[in-house]
Design a protein around this ligand. Structure first.
Ligand code: HAM
Length: 425
């Protein structure tokens, strides 16, 4: 039996890869303009990094990590997200010694052993941003504005930006007590996971998708009810900055994130049209994470967005750019001699950086013209026995259906002129 790709992974084939390239280029462009530098970290890290960083009680650490022992008996994990890795790199490379804040972005694959479904993969790709070393509210707003700006450039619409403050180690314990008190009499209605969360991390119960848990938490105290003065002032400032930047968002007091490191601001972006997995971006502030993994106390703020989900949204909203033609001209050589002459011509054109290709299967004129059409070539450069004898090249404009002859020795020059005219048009 033929071997198949692992469940929850995808092969990105030509045609689709161009869409990814477009998305990646747009992301890189926005990051450059905002002054963010790219960081690349390893695909796998010591398991302890995610246990300590993401949190022992999270679904990611409890159920979804690809963890293995390497040949030296060390426990390693394929990265399920990159915030913990970026913080590890920040500490390990002493980036805290450089002028702050450090503004970074990344694009790459992540791995989570989840139940695959539409929009949910085991290998998926994230574009993310992390700002380390600044605790001001304006940082939160700048990063959320970057997300907003990127979506505008991509032409995405029907988005909802939800923001909340999940508090800090000063005010969260108060909320925890109030929430547990509220839920004590409603414990019977909770799912098995939430019963487990009740003692370890009750905040996450507010985020459970189980209808019974959602019913049990109606009217539950939210983190916003118990924010300390510092968190409350910070959140008000974030909202003011977001308004100033024209970001339309909704305060959602029930928004809690699935990772343990968040403090103060948390946010998510949703697009309804792509089905159940509607979160296309999530992030927030994490002022304790760098210290948690052994670095100096350092505030942080960032987000990650699922690239598969953004592409799905762009597809549904018909916002993906049309496929660009692959080549400018296709060389159609008929017969062995013409092929050799044609090959030499193609090589000369390629040294001038003109995108040309040629049939590699020695097919008929009709088949070669069809291939030229498939590749989106504007011109067919036809070289048959007669052309060879007369030392000319037949140039056929495939859009207009016109054709003319040029002397073979002048062909490169002529085609270059036509190409430059096209490029500059
Ligand atoms: P996250 O909410 O776990 O946050 O993931 C961010 C985004 O990645 C989600 O909103 C979703 O679009 C996408 N995503 C997550 N899991 C999958 C999956 N299995 N298949 C497809 N897409 C998926 C984080 O990862 C944090 N590190 C974000 C962050 C950065 N917070 C601060 N800085």
């Amino acid at each position: 039996m033929a071997i198949q790709r692992p469940k929850g992974t995808q092969d990105l084939l030509p045609g689709t890869v161009e869409q990814w390239q477009y998305l990646e280029e747009t992301m890189r462009c926005v990051c450059r303009e905002y002054g963010y530098d790219e960081i690349r970290t390893p695909m796998f890290e010591a398991t302890e990094l995610f246990q300590r960083g993401v949190g022992q009680t999270t679904d990611i650490v409890k159920k979804e990590m690809y963890t293995f022992l390497d040949k030296g008996d060390r426990s390693m994990t394929l990265r399920p997200e990159l915030t913990a890795s970026v913080c590890r790199a920040y500490v390990e490379n002493k980036l805290y010694g450089q002028p702050q804040p450090i503004k970074l972005f990344y694009i790459g694959p992540m791995f989570r052993y989840e139940r695959p479904q539409s929009g949910r993969f085991r290998q998926f790709h994230q574009f993310g941003v992390e700002v380390l070393g600044a605790d001001q509210a304006v940082v939160d707003a700048e990063v959320i504005s970057l997300v907003w700006d990127l979506y505008k450039r991509l032409g995405l619409t029907k988005l909802e930006v939800h923001v909340n403050s999940v508090g800090c180690p000063v005010c969260r314990p108060k909320h925890r007590v109030q929430l547990q008190e509220f839920l004590t009499t409603r414990r019977d209605g909770l799912c098995k996971d939430c019963l487990d969360r009740f003692d370890r991390n009750p905040l996450r119960i507010l985020d459970c998708k189980n209808p019974a848990c959602q019913a049990a938490t109606i009217g539950a105290p939210t983190t916003r009810d118990t924010l300390c003065e510092d968190c409350s002032t910070h959140f008000e400032k974030v909202l003011a900055f977001l308004e100033a930047a024209g970001v339309v968002c909704r305060v959602n007091p029930r928004l809690v994130r699935g990772l343990d490191y968040y403090t103060k601001t948390a946010f998510e972006v949703m697009v309804e049209e792509i089905g159940a997995q509607s979160a296309i971006c999530g992030g927030g502030r994490y002022d304790g994470l760098v210290e948690e993994i052994g670095g100096p106390p350092t505030p942080g703020f960032g987000f990650a967005m699922g690239m598969e989900r953004i592409l799905a949204a762009l597809q549904v909203q018909h916002k993906l750019p049309e496929e660009k033609p692959r080549v400018f001209a296709m060389l159609v050589a008929l017969g062995e001699k013409a092929q050799i002459e044609g090959f030499s011509l193609m090589s000369a054109l390629r040294t001038q950086s003109i995108p040309v290709s040629m049939d590699l299967l020695n097919r008929s004129l009709k088949a070669q013209l069809k291939a030229a059409d498939r590749q989106g070539a504007r011109y067919a450069l036809i070289l048959g026995e007669q052309e060879l004898e007369e030392k000319v090249l037949l140039i056929r404009d495939l859009t207009l259906g016109e054709q003319n002859q040029v002397p073979l020795r002048k062909a490169v020059e002529e085609i270059n002129k036509m190409y430059q005219r096209g490029v500059n048009a």
